[in-house]
Write a protein of this length. Structure first.
Length: 154
């Protein structure tokens, strides 16, 4: 069965404001997730994530449509929509980061949803779910290490 949502939950030993910056600022995103990032950080803003070698077997450029910005708690975007098309429920996936302070640490919940609604063949959905389930584990571990390392270097 193909999951409709990929969900992950991690605790990062850094304050919520530091994790927020790591998740939303282009220069920081490229330290743990992509090789390059540009984001117009506002509702209905756009962005681009570029992978030249990190976590991919081939270069990729992905366009984003920003959905939610509620500093420093919620950031979401749609991605993987066809070039030139408006991002929506049937042609893109929604990635949501929810940050909750826990003492001096941050609980980060990631949810990538919409896989059951997107207009892809079943085999493509299954392959994507398997790949991104593993990929988010790797990327979120990198995020945790990056954000915690930033705190050590204060």
């Amino acid at each position: 069965m193909i999951p409709g949502t990929i969900e992950r939950d991690i605790v990062i030993e850094a304050p919520v404001e530091a994790v927020w910056r790591a998740v939303t600022q282009s220069g920081q995103i490229s330290r743990w997730f992509t090789d390059a990032a540009e984001i117009d950080l506002r509702p209905n803003g756009t962005g681009t994530l570029v992978w030249d070698g990190r976590a991919t077997s081939q270069p990729a450029t992905v366009h984003l449509h920003i959905v939610t910005i509620e500093p420093p708690r919620t950031f979401s975007f749609r991605w993987l929509h066809p070039a030139g098309a408006a991002a929506g429920g049937s042609n893109s996936l929604l990635v949501e980061f929810t940050l909750t302070p826990e003492g001096g640490h941050t609980r980060l919940r990631l949810a990538e949803s919409g896989l059951s609604q997107i207009d892809w063949p079943k085999e493509q959905k299954a392959a994507y779910a398997a790949q991104n389930s593993k990929g988010w584990d790797i990327h979120l571990a990198h995020l945790r290490d990056y954000a915690e390392g930033q705190q050590e270097g204060r």
